[in-house]
Design a protein around this ligand. Structure first.
Ligand code: ADP
Ligand code: ZN
Length: 751
């Protein structure tokens, strides 16, 4: 028999594109019994044999080996970090998103370079203490007495925490230790995320009939077909969260794990608090605002089965649950579920795949499902479960549309219509709170000269600069450019004017109209600091704020019963964008923000200000009529063959040299057409559109061209194969060094 060699094929833990393939290493004899796929190893790499970390993707036996093959240096952990199901997801992601293997792997493993933190933990030596009377025996040593009392009440405690809580010093601890009253041992310390530190109980209500019915249907569906995904379509305030909790409780009782995805954790602190208040220490959170240490500790708690319910934004779909039972995606229509950097995954795709591989259940919930999901439910691909009433029994708020053109005709040029002004006054007089929504930040949204028409633009980007009054600066919202605002037009020297109100101006205007009330603004500019969101929201909850003004940050998931008025200052901000989802987004935003009103005992009102009162998205939203919106929208999608009637791939080309960018876009487009023709698609004008400048044609001095490819009558996988071949495999021949290309399958935003 010939000699057999054990060879591993590894992916180097490095982002360089030249390293995106498998490298072979021999496994030395002592390591052979221990090594399995999914492990992290150390390997010598390159001419200098620098030691690099790598992931074992395959192991094979061979009776032949190259003379030069290097050996693995060592195994980094006892156990593999990538499970078998993780491995198959990584392969799937690589072909679905045309990403590098390491980019997919990185989604599943936290930064291993942070170390676990170890601290000294103190506890009472029960054997000794039991024989004593702790109330009397320490009378001569009050500091020691304090410590013993504290430990007796609170159990084991980290040294630093103990010193702080008891206001004592190390010498007391030292003497207690010498007398063997206490024991000290080293323990792993958990870096606990702030959001989980608050103690709070969230009692379980009696579910109402609709909720019970919904849960019954969900469970029955899964009895018949465990892999049937649920679309929970429930109006705002219908009590979807209670349904999630009920299903998760059930999953927990079966000894299984759950993942709850939320659009953005900072915007949904209430959700996390409710779950913490119901399930206590079983909860782990994972999100990008955590420090690397906090992330690793939460990750390990999940991995070690200490936490069985994971809450987080899209990336939490990769949580290392060992025995996954349920994934829930709240507000499933939100675009934040799609990653805007490689790998450009959509959490819903990953959730569906994961549920299939790990035999888990999936619920997608929303008051305004995405057109694609609703279409799937319509066609039976998803099981639809509906909730038509508010959980607390109240009605949905009445929505009154105000035509801003009429206001202007009447000479009212302020941001508040007469109607909204009156209702706001009434709301505040009654001791209620109001939310005002305006989806653009800054003070003025453009600065122009009324004399010559000159508009001040960013020098690096093809976009107008916004006036930030507080900072006295013009800012570009696409790059970091800032400049002082001119008094005169730089072109003609006449006086300059500030047009278009943003949230800053709205805040000023409202505060001066209502000087006795507390007005606070919540947008990207006021929430830069960690936990700023939570601070503002808890002030609002406690009634310290009367009027909350904000961008779409305030539109989602907030449940404040004292809010009886929502004012939408300008509903049209998102409606005219050149994106086929513009109407859908407008409908969703209006419905979501309107849903914040009247959640308590008093009926709510919404005033919707718009220049386009007859637009179908605005009309349907003002009637709370999802079906009507869906029916109009799906016709348009069908006519223009947009999703769900097709799938798209968006290519974005960018670089400093406009000619090279444009040339590359043209060349790749021609290449795609040629290969389509060779595959039998002779007329491909409806598959690929001519390249053109992006909606914002220059950002940060880089010119941007886009090409949209549509899978109408042609396999999506064929399109991807063609694009992969031209853009990735043949990159060196097809694309100059100076041009970058983004491949964006199923894009959420048309650029
Ligand atoms: P949604 O997520 O559908 O918008 P929530 O789950 O936030 O709605 O519920 C809205 C409000 O109704 C919350 O304040 C919640 O505590 C309350 N609620 C939910 N279910 C019940 C119930 N069965 N009985 C009483 N109150 C409920
Ligand atoms: Zn700029």
């Amino acid at each position: 028999m010939s000699k057999q060699y054990m060879i591993t094929r590894v992916i180097i833990d490095h982002y360089h594109s030249k390293l995106d393939h498998l490298f072979d290493y021999l496994v030395p004899l002592p390591i052979q019994p221990k090594i399995v796929t999914g492990m992290r190893v150390l390997v010598p790499f390159g001419r200098n044999n620098r030691m690099l970390e790598a992931f074992v993707m395959e192991i094979k036996m061979d009776d032949n080996t190259s003379f030069h093959m290097k050996e693995i240096k060592e195994i980094l952990e006892e156990k593999p970090v990538l499970s078998a199901s993780t491995m198959s997801m990584i392969h799937w992601m690589k072909s679905a998103y045309l990403c590098r293997t390491i980019e997919a792997i990185r989604c599943f493993v936290p930064n291993q370079r942070v170390k676990q933190k170890v601290v000294d933990v103190v506890r009472l030596n029960e054997a000794v203490i039991r024989k004593m009377n702790i109330n009397n025996d320490f009378n001569k040593a009050p500091a020691q007495k304090k410590i013993v009392h504290y430990l007796n009440e609170n159990g084991e405690t980290a040294v630093n925490r103990l010193l702080k809580s008891t206001q004592t010093n190390r010498s007391s601890i030292k003497s207690l230790l010498e007398k063997q009253y206490i024991l000290i041992e080293k323990q792993h310390y958990r870096r606990e995320p702030n959001i989980l530190q608050e103690d709070f109980r969230y009692p379980e209500p009696m579910l109402n009939e609709s909720q019970q019915e919904a849960i019954h249907i969900i469970k029955q569906t899964w009895v018949e077909n465990p892999n049937k995904h649920i679309l929970l379509h429930g109006i705002t305030g219908s009590g979807k969260t209670e349904i999630y909790m009920n299903i998760i409780k059930d999953t927990l009782a079966k000894g299984k794990d759950s993942i709850l995805l939320v659009p953005e954790i900072a915007l949904t602190p209430q959700m996390v608090q409710r779950f913490k208040g119901r399930f206590g220490n079983k909860i782990a959170v994972l999100h990008s605002h955590l420090s690397d240490g906090e992330k690793l500790d939460e990750w390990n708690r999940i991995k070690k089965n200490e936490a069985n319910i994971v809450i987080g934004p899209r990336s939490a779909v990769f949580a290392p649950c060992n025995n996954l039972g349920t994934i829930i995606i709240d507000e499933e229509h939100e675009s934040t579920y799609k990653s805007e950097q490689a790998p450009r995954y959509h959490a819903m795709d990953i959730a569906k795949l994961r549920c299939e591989i790990e035999n888990a259940h999936l619920i997608m919930g929303s008051a305004t499902p995405s057109i694609e999901s609703y279409y799937d439910a319509f066609n039976g691909k998803l099981k639809m479960v509906e909730l038509h009433e508010r959980a607390t029994g109240g009605e949905l708020p009445t929505i009154t549309t105000v035509d801003l053109r009429e206001e202007v005709k009447r000479g009212n040029k302020t941001i508040l219509s007469q109607k909204l002004m009156n209702d706001l006054q009434e709301c505040l007089t009654n001791g209620h709170q109001a939310i005002l929504f305006l989806n653009r930040r800054a003070y003025a949204t453009y600065v122009n000269c009324l004399h010559c028409g000159h508009v001040i633009q960013c020098e690096q980007c093809d976009i107008t600069m916004k006036w930030h009054k507080k900072e006295k600066k013009l800012k570009c919202h696409y790059c970091s450019a800032e400049k002082p605002a001119p008094q005169q037009c730089p072109e003609c020297g006449e006086e300059i004017s500030y047009q278009g109100a943003g949230t800053q101006k709205a805040e000023d205007a409202i505060q001066s109209l209502f000087p006795d009330y507390n007005v606070v603004r919540m947008d990207q500019d006021t929430t830069r600091k960690r936990d700023a969101h939570q601070t503002i929201l808890s002030q609002f909850e406690s009634g310290k704020i009367d009027i909350l003004i904000g961008t779409q940050m305030i539109a989602k998931g907030l449940d404040f019963p004292n809010v009886t008025l929502v004012g939408i200052l300008l509903a049209d901000t998102s409606i005219n964008l050149p994106d086929f989802r513009a109407s859908e987004r407008t409908f969703q935003l209006i419905t979501q923000v309107a849903g914040r009103s009247g959640r308590g005992d008093t009926a709510g009102k919404v005033i919707l200000q718009t220049y386009q009162p007859s637009h179908y998205a605005i009309r349907a939203a003002s009637k709370h009529d999802y079906m009507r919106f869906y029916e109009e929208e799906i016709l348009i999608r069908n006519t223009f063959q947009y999703p769900p009637y097709s799938r798209l791939i968006q290519l974005v080309f960018y670089g400093k040299n406009e000619l090279e960018v444009k040339d590359t876009a043209d060349r790749i487009t021609a290449g795609i057409k040629f290969l389509l023709q060779k595959s039998g698609y002779v007329d491909n004008s409806n598959i690929i559109m001519e390249p053109g400048p992006a909606v914002i044609a220059r950002v940060d001095n880089k010119y941007r061209y886009t090409v949209l490819v549509k899978s109408v009558d042609v396999q999506f996988s064929l399109l991807k194969k063609i694009i992969k071949y031209l853009v990735l495999d043949k990159r060196e021949q097809q694309v100059p060094e100076s041009v970058s290309i983004i491949i964006d399958p199923d894009p959420r935003f048309i650029q």
